[in-house]
Design a binder for this molecule. Structure first.
Ligand code: SAH
Length: 405
């Protein structure tokens, strides 16, 4: 593998440049690079030096991305080879040991930057792993990682998923495709995974993200504890993760609301898959297929009330420039949510927009609820589960508020 030498530019007051690489932040933006020794190829190992030619970091070179290099090693030089990847994978797996039990076999094995594998996520659903890439720069190293993973874990299948930016540049894909089976047999029947004893069907090839939203596991468990005897609205329900948790917790009635018909069908199948749990069989499951903003406004008009409202929408902001609009949308949802809440009810408000900071989210939610005449009380904030470690600022995407109103 050719290596490419970078000299970096020191910028006063810089946020993401040399100083942050020194502190262990894994990204080097293109505008911070003063000089490149030669034109590199996608996935080359790039070595970064400071003005005094001292080693700063070595990482994966991506000529298409504004994040020109994702660091694999900082401070001390060392080889980047199969043994290196094997060690990173072993460390990531060791971190997850407390999660492993017979009640959960769906979890994130590798969480990108926070596990020292920037731009790569690996989720596990039983014996199937799904590798999702956010940079083409991993492709030359993919089979080294795959072999190391298979050596360490008893997997029967590995599926490749590609983020949108990768699909936009197929010329760099080395013939690989989104949804391709990298190892093992094609998927011929419905795959399922277990989360705290609940069974969910998973479609790693066509499903959102890698098939399931594993990051909400702990928050679903909290919802389960709040649900007894209650009428529950789960907005942006996808395949019913929160709905099933509420039903097992003893909810009388659960309404799943999503604009996607297939997601709602999947939530119904998930209720059927868990019908051996008496509380789930006893709960009434209703679905509404509609835009959540519109449907919630209509429910308010009809005077509908719920004792527990969960609002976990998709990311409304992926860039800083979208934050204002995103906060606006979160505010509207919080307003609608508290208007639907019976006195003494609980509301759960989540945001997975990483540029929206937790303070701004919390403040917006509080202001919107107060304006609706239902100020939030006893607020508790939670974040990611153990398999989504938070090692640097940009990895802190999930925010979740539990409150009474
Ligand atoms: N809460 C889910 C994850 C939500 S993912 C869980 O626990 O797994 C976001 C979901 O929002 C998707 O299912 C998507 O179909 C749905 N969605 C996106 N925009 C929507 C809108 N305007 N109205 C209703 N649903 C929407």
């Amino acid at each position: 593998m050719a290596s490419l030498l970078f000299k970096t530019r020191q910028v006063a007051g810089e946020q993401l440049g040399l100083a942050s690489l020194h502190r262990g932040h894994p990204w080097l933006y293109a505008e911070r690079i003063k000089e490149e020794s030669h034109r590199g190829q996608m996935g080359d190992l790039a070595v970064v030096f400071d003005a005094k030619r001292r080693f700063v970091a070595v990482g994966l070179y991506d000529p298409l991305s504004p994040i020109r290099m994702r660091a694999l090693r900082a401070s001390k030089p060392g080889p980047i080879d199969r043994a290196f990847f094997a060690e990173r994978i072993a460390q990531a797996l060791a971190r997850r040991l407390p999660l492993l039990n017979t009640r959960t076999d769906g979890y994130r094995m590798i969480h990108g930057e926070s596990d020292g594998m920037p731009g790569m996520v690996v989720d596990r659903y039983g014996e199937t792993a799904v590798v999702k890439l956010y940079t083409h720069a991993w492709l030359p190293h993919l089979y080294d990682c795959l072999d190391s993973l298979l050596e360490q874990q008893p997997l029967c299948r590995v599926v490749l998923r590609l983020s949108r930016s990768l699909k936009q540049h197929p010329e760099y894909l080395r013939g690989l495709e989104d949804g391709q089976i990298l190892y093992g047999e094609p998927i011929t029947e419905t795959l399922t995974c277990l989360e705290n004893g609940l069974r969910f069907e998973v479609d790693p090839v066509r499903g959102q993200k890698t098939g399931f939203f594993l990051d909400q596991r702990d928050n679903r468990a909290r919802v389960e504890r709040l649900a007894k005897g209650r009428r529950v609205l789960n907005a942006f329900s996808y395949n019913g993760g929160f709905s099933l948790a509420a039903a097992r917790g003893g909810a009388l009635e659960v309404t799943s609301l999503d604009q996607s018909g297939p997601a709602l069908e999947s939530s119904k199948r998930n209720f059927a898959l868990n019908a051996d749990v008496p509380a789930i069989a006893a709960a009434r499951h209703l679905t509404i297929e509609d835009d959540a903003f519109k449907a919630m406004a209509e429910l308010v008009k009809q005077g509908k009330k719920y004792d527990l409202v969960i609002i976990d929408p998709p990311a409304f902001a992926v860039r800083r420039s979208q934050v204002k609009e995103a906060l606006n949308a979160y505010g509207r949802l919080a307003h609608l949510g508290v208007c639907l809440l019976a006195p003494g009810g609980d509301i759960v408000l989540a945001s997975c927009s990483s540029p929206v900071d937790p303070e701004a989210f919390r403040q917006t939610m509080c202001d919107a609820a107060a304006r609706a005449g239902r100020p939030l009380r006893q607020i508790e904030e939670t974040s990611h589960a153990l398999d989504h470690p938070l090692d640097f600022a940009e990895s802190r995407y999930l925010k979740c508020l539990f409150a009474k109103a």
